[in-house]
Design a protein around this ligand. Sequence first.
Ligand SMILES: [Zn+2]
Length: 327
Amino acid sequence: MNVNKLIATLAAIVKLWLFFAGAAGLLGACSCFSDTLLAQGKLNVMTTTEDLASIGREVAGDRATIDFIARGYQDPHFVEAKPSFILKLQRADLLVIVGRELEIGWLPPLIQQSRNGKIQVGADGYLDASLHARILDIPQGQITRAMGDVHPLGNPHYWLDPENGKIIARDIADKLSQFRPADRAAFQQRLSDFTGRLDAAEKRWLAALAPYKGTKVVTYHQSYSNFADRFGLQVIGYVEPRPGIPPTPQHTLDVINEMKRQAVKLVLVEPYFDLKTPNAIARETGAQVLVMPPSVGGVKDVPDYFKLFDYDTTLLIDAIKKAGAGR
Ligand SMILES: [Zn+2]
């Protein structure tokens, strides 16, 4: 083989290699095609909150694509409607909502404008996750939204009890099975796995908080009723005079007096509220203000439902110790 022939052969090999590399690159770039093919078999699920998305992903695994509307650091009662939400809802096979009128201020027009028959209220693809959950703070007598109370059907922040997390997961698993009967066993298996892991984690959280059972706290909004009930905190008052009503000077004064009377040393505040009033209350009472996320995604260290309780229980225990707020 002379030199020229050798060069020509090498050049041909390089060309061939470049061709295959290029083709591989092209395939790599277009793996979207195979994803799209797979995605046709997948259910497209939308949830209103990150908490529901996290629980939904536990149950669905890779059999559904799950996206959400409200971010965990937003006040779920007041979410700014965006056109992108309508687009997401247009494509959904299933919409899972928190319910109890949590989303009533922003979700109905989005559902309507999506013109997606599958997820309209009452359709098969509309799941209210509160239906079987344990709901607290159900008002006695007549409460209407005209009074400004945003919890007229009981406390919608019920996901903050892992026991309700299991119930939400079961309802989602049942709904997914209804859409994909052939995958029922797989959903049930994932549900049982999730429930088992949550049971174990809940025992750990309960044990960690047990020494502080009965600790009295004030919270900004009525977000932590289920959390307090499960983990043994005693909520003696709220910075808001009613859920959804901003603090007033008279109510703030009442809260300060009550906190002094009962020696309350902790004010829990959701990340989306102004700290001015809580800080003023803390100054008057010697209490500590603790910003505590009530939702997955509330802070970046809380990417899923398990981490939410990991984070909050640790934060709370540290704060109770620091404030000397234990019983
Ligand atoms: Zn609320």
